[in-house]
Design a protein around this ligand. Structure first.
Ligand SMILES: [Zn+2]
Length: 113
């Protein structure tokens, strides 16, 4: 990967790592999760205090995250209840957008309207 750049005075958006796919990108592109006393909460505002971890708004990343990486990243053990809450949120997310677009393209011959 690229070598580390020395500090630049211009404001660079903060970079964070998605704990699902390990991609590093601007913090605003990711959903923050924060560890509270005994659970993990979604933090849409990104402002809650506490240890945070980040995930893409993609199902695949959440699945990987919920399988254990999130707990590792936040050093917490999530309850089944907590996991199912996050899973519910995950269900509202799109799956890999590229794959969906591709699938749509492949079926474009058939009637889609
Ligand atoms: Zn990701």
């Amino acid at each position: 990967m690229a070598t580390k750049r020395s500090k630049r005075p211009k404001h660079i958006p903060p970079q964070r790592t998605c704990v699902g796919c390990r991609q590093v990108l601007a913090k605003r592109e990711l959903i923050r999760l924060v560890r509270t006393e005994d659970s993990v909460q979604i933090d849409p505002s990104g402002k809650l205090p506490g240890r945070g971890a980040y995930l893409h708004d993609r199902k695949s990343c959440w699945e990987t995250g919920l399988k254990g990486r999130l707990e590792k990243a936040l050093n917490v053990s999530m309850t089944a209840q907590n996991k199912s809450e996050l899973r519910q949120f995950m269900e509202t997310l799109d799956d890999n957008a590229d794959e969906i677009a591709q699938a749509l393209e492949e079926t474009s011959d058939t009637e889609l309207s």
